[in-house]
Design a protein around this ligand. Structure first.
Ligand code: C2E
Ligand code: MN
Ligand code: MN
Length: 410
């Protein structure tokens, strides 16, 4: 199937005019033999390339391009299928934007268009080309947050707290994972993640509970998490708990029960944030609305969990704005390589800034992901890179430290 793939990248070293000519000549020969066509733009530091060809040719070629050491920070911007080739059999043409009249260039490129339908003023590929010519690359990572300049260092911070055991034995246990703000070196909150008494995953635990008692179980289990938090947390620290929306709207007096659990744990309501899943919120927003008012009135915080994982409807955010939005891990994975996710996250950063909502990136595992997110303006992070969930306590926390400066950013 005919595929169009667009990427941008950064030149890694000095590149003379001659190097550039050789590079484009070799690429052109290779692409022609594979019947991959397109254009390559270069503005002195950045490359922008459109590749068109059969999917089974473009895929391996792009993987090969990603491994080429002559450029770095390869970011995919578009991948789509198409009914026709825009660049016919022209091979691969290089345009050095420092040497051509950029005003006439868009038209020149448009005239290379061999497609049957010549006039394609609205074609997305040409919009991309025009944007690169006029504005350069997309979301260039900031000089301050180059992954090679940073290392992760532990400050030997960990706490353990044994749960108080009820007479019947506890129905579950909790692992805690910090949500960190690397710029200030501050831990924004700790998330309580449920485990079976033997330490098994939430999925396995919930599967062993009958559907009639699931919501009550979920709600009652929070007494254990809150109690542990009450003994573990300082007065300026917060705890996040997870609840099915159903645990709130279908159990009578649920918010009153939570308030009582919070009081008994010697916590203040403003130290507690309830995380609810985006997918379930969308389906049950009307049922949930009443609980939402009660949560607000009780002074408890609310977060939308796994944002972007479900069939996100922006209308959800027009109906209510939470204190916090947690971006789903699926959006975070390899964010530094994916221009499509980058544009979405940049828009979410802006939305949250404008609306005073805290934004958390979940499941951050790589330094590169953190660097990109930090440069675009995300401040709060959760993930194995910083700290893993720890049963009955808080594990070691790793902070980014600038190499050579042995201190945190803050
Ligand atoms: P969640 O609320 O989105 O919690 C984050 C999950 O991502 C946790 O999995 C955590 O261990 C995992 N995680 C954290 N950092 C990373 C990372 O860097 N990489 C990867 N791959 N994963 C990371 P866990 O503990 O298995 O929990 C899974 C889900 O179970 C939670 O997702 C939450 O939706 C649900 N859950 C947990 N505790 C409760 C609870 O008390 N009640 C309810 N209703 N649901 C709960
Ligand atoms: Mn959660
Ligand atoms: Mn989540």
């Amino acid at each position: 199937m005919l595929t169009t793939l667009i990427y941008q990248s950064q030149l890694s070293a000095e590149c003379s005019d001659n190097d550039l000519r050789i590079l484009s000549h070799v690429a052109c020969e290779k692409n022609i033999s594979m019947q991959v066509t397109g254009i390559l733009l270069f503005n002195g530091t950045e490359f922008f390339q459109v590749l068109e060809g059969e999917e089974h040719d473009v895929e391996p070629l792009f993987r090969h391009i990603c491994d080429d050491l002559r450029h770095t920070e390869v970011v995919e911007l578009m991948r789509d299928y198409s009914a026709y080739r825009r660049f016919g059999d022209t091979g691969m043409t290089l345009f050095d934007l420092r040497k051509v009249d950029t005003k006439a260039l868009v038209d020149e490129i448009r005239h290379m268009n061999q497609a049957q339908y010549r006039d394609l003023p609205d074609d997305r590929v040409f919009r991309f080309i025009k944007r690169f010519i006029n504005q350069g690359g997309w979301y260039r990572s900031s000089e301050n947050f180059k992954p090679s300049q940073w290392k992760m260092a532990s400050n030997n911070y960990s706490r353990q707290i044994t749960p108080q055991i009820s007479e019947q034995g506890n129905i579950c246990t909790f692992a805690f994972q910090p949500i960190v703000e690397p710029i200030t070196g501050h831990i924004s909150s700790f998330e309580a993640l449920i485990r079976s008494p033997e330490g098994k995953s939430p999925e396995e635990l919930f599967a062993s509970i009958s559907s009639e008692s699931l919501y009550t179980f979920d709600l009652e289990s929070k007494a254990i998490a809150l109690q542990q938090a009450g003994r573990m947390l300082r007065t300026d620290e917060k705890i996040s708990i997870n609840l099915f929306p159903g645990s709130l709207y279908s159990v009578p007096g649920s918010v009153a029960l939570l308030s009582e659990q919070i009081r008994q744990a010697n916590l203040r309501p403003d130290q507690v944030i309830i995380e609810v899943l985006e997918t379930e919120l969308i389906i049950r927003m009307n049922d949930f609305h009443h609980s939402l008012k009660e949560i607000r009135a009780a002074g408890i915080g609310i977060a939308i969990d796994d944002f972007g994982s479900g069939y996100s409807r922006l209308s959800l955010l027009s109906k209510f704005q939470p204190d916090k939005i947690k971006l789903d891990r699926a959006l975070i994975v390899d964010i530094h390589k994916n221009g499509i996710k980058q544009a979405m996250i940049a828009a979410m950063v802006k939305y949250c800034e404008d609306m005073g909502i805290k934004l958390v990136a979940e499941g951050v595992e790589k330094k590169e992901e953190w660097c990109w997110l930090q440069s675009i303006g995300v401040r709060l992070f959760q993930g194995y890179l910083f700290s893993r969930p720890c049963l009955n306590g808080i594990g070691e926390v790793y902070w980014p430290v600038r190499i050579g400066e042995d201190q945190n950013i803050g």
